[in-house]
Design a protein around this ligand. Structure first.
Ligand SMILES: [Zn+2]
Length: 124
């Protein structure tokens, strides 16, 4: 959590503004912090999961995402959450909780922070 907060303050708001665009699309590509496999993190209204294969083309092994509790949101994530809610974008606010939540690598079982991996894979 400390790493994430440091990253948020160093990287500034731009990355998260652009991340919100990805959030609209509902998909991120991230690397596993342990085994390095490339994953799709899919945040949808009905189903939120991560997987290592192209889920659009085939049946894949899905690993469910764990959204952060609303009460645990603070700093920038909280601002994003309240801003999207204030804009009436409830589905986006819902997605923010998954973006700042946790996921488990389907290959090696390592739990990681989705937002941290998004930042780690960020190319300006
Ligand atoms: Zn892994």
């Amino acid at each position: 959590m400390h790493l994430l907060q440091a990253l948020l303050s160093f990287e500034g708001v731009e990355i998260w503004d652009r991340s919100l665009d990805s959030l609209q699309a509902g998909e991120y590509e991230v690397d596993c912090p342990c085994c390095g496999v490339t994953m799709f993190v899919v945040i949808g209204q009905d189903d939120s999961f991560c997987c290592t294969d192209d889920y659009a083309l085939q049946e894949v092994r899905k690993s469910p995402l764990q959204p952060v509790r609303t009460q645990q949101l603070e700093g920038l994530p909280r601002r994003l959450f309240t801003r999207t809610l204030a804009d009436g974008q409830e589905s986006l606010a819902h997605a923010v909780r998954y973006l700042f939540g946790r996921a488990v690598c389907p290959d090696c079982g390592t739990e990681f922070s989705v937002a941290e991996r998004v930042v780690a894979g960020w190319i300006p």
